[in-house]
Design a protein around this ligand. Structure first.
Ligand SMILES: Cc1ncc(COP(=O)(O)O)c(C=O)c1O
Length: 404
């Protein structure tokens, strides 16, 4: 409805609702199909909702906290988080990166989403641009717009790896931040160290050219979800103006508890002021502080995580048969997604054909890359097994249609 027709909802928000994500649409369609046909006849690969329960230590820690509650357990806490939890996160980062992270470099946040939002609120002036490598997590568009910024895409190469020439085509004096996500949603790709070193060199050079640093926001909620013995290189040792923006949603299975953190590099430009700005943002965006109870759990479950082997087994269970059928797909090194090539160029048409067989996928266009589709591996084995004949059938069907 045009603004002149007087909707009570702001025009920009209405526009966002219109573009509302494919993932949500698929989720709604899935609920409808399950109600109509029964859950066992729907093959739902649309949502990246971590399926694994948190490790048992989380429940033990929660029960312990509730069994002998300290006074004020549920009161407001400092906006940046509990001092001992900030110190715990900083010590982990210092150990992993070799850099002098301290408690005052860390803000506990409502998930990675909260962390990205407070960082962008702290950094962006109206009209500033945030670059990201495409395909990418679609919420980034909204996060940049939330703070008066604009998301700009740099295409990755055929293997979804960083392409510095493509990056250089979109970086300008308006670029304030680069939002990078490895292991990647939707591709599962991990950026190797040599690529990240080259990226850091590029950003340092850009800072000299434009007279101000471009901040690197490292969105890493899948850091520990890696397969085949892979590791994810740390960005802070490579680039001073890095802010880690991440969560425990996936590795501890705590997505609904909304717990993560933002950590500013100890040597970042104006690190102290930036931290103050992010703490203020945490407050005024209405998060106030990250949930207190689950913050207290973090130091108590040090080192615990979900069984990553599960997601690797799901990857292997799905990837090999799909390839045998004729689907092409880059092997994901981590996270819990496959991003195969659509057998026909129109990924939306492919996804609609699949949907008619109750096979729910998300088109690549929903992630800024047409010609592909995403499969979430946050499912049970039986869903994969039951879906394989349907994948084969849909492939035959679209190939048949393409010949007509
Ligand atoms: C790449 C990426 N960034 C951020 C998020 C948001 O994470 P959280 O739920 O911890 O806020 C997600 C969630 O799926 C994601 O895939």
């Amino acid at each position: 409805m045009p603004a002149s027709q007087g909707s009570v909802v702001a025009a920009a928000v209405r526009a966002s609702l219109e573009r509302s994500s494919w993932i949500r649409r698929m989720f709604e369609e899935g609920a409808r199909l399950k109600a109509e046909h029964g859950a066992e006849h729907v093959y739902d690969f649309s949502l990246g909702n971590p399926i694994l329960e948190p490790p048992p230590q989380v429940r033990e820690a929660l029960l312990g906290l509730l069994a002998s509650p300290a006074p004020g357990l549920h009161r407001y806490i400092p906006n940046p988080g509990l001092p001992e939890v900030r110190a715990y996160v900083a010590a982990e980062l210092a150990r992993e990166t070799g850099l002098p992270y301290a408690a005052n470099h860390v803000v506990l946040t409502c998930g990675a989403a909260g962390a990205v939002n407070i960082a962008l609120k702290a950094l962006l002036n109206p009209g500033d641009e945030v670059v990201t490598f495409s395909p990418y997590f679609v919420e980034y568009d909204f996060y940049a717009a939330n703070h008066g910024g604009k998301l700009v895409r740099a295409e990755t190469d055929a293997d979804f790896q960083i392409d510095l020439e493509a990056l250089d085509r979109v970086v300008t004096g308006r670029t304030r931040a680069l939002l990078i996500n490895s292991p990647n949603n939707p591709t599962g790709v991990i950026y190797p160290e040599h690529k990240l070193r080259a990226l850091a060199d590029y950003l340092n050079d850009a800072a000299r050219r434009f007279g101000r640093p471009i901040f690197l926001l490292a969105d890493e909620p899948y850091r520990k979800l890696v397969f085949d013995g892979n590791t994810v290189p740390w960005l802070p040792p490579l680039y001073d103006h890095t802010i880690i923006v991440t969560s425990y949603s996936k590795d501890l299975g705590l997505a609904g508890e909304r717990i993560g953190f933002a950590a500013v590099h100890p040597r970042a430009a104006e690190a102290g002021l930036l931290l103050d700005a992010m703490v203020l943002a945490n407050r005024v965006l209405g998060f106030v502080n990250a949930p207190a109870l689950i913050q207290r759990v973090l130091p108590l479950v040090r080192g615990a995580m979900v069984d990553v082997g599960y997601y690797q087994r799901m990857r292997d269970r799905m990837l090999a048969p799909l390839r045998e059928m004729g689907y092409e797909c880059v092997t994901p090194g981590g996270a819990f997604y496959l991003f195969p090539k659509s057998p026909v160029p129109d990924d939306v048409a492919f996804v609609r054909t699949a949907q008619a067989q109750r096979l729910l996928l998300v088109p690549g266009s929903g992630f800024g890359r047409t010609g592909y589709f995403r499969i979430s591996l946050a499912v049970t084995e039986d869903v994969i097994d039951r879906s394989l004949p349907v994948f084969a059938q849909v492939l035959q069907q679209v190939r048949g249609q393409a010949l007509i």
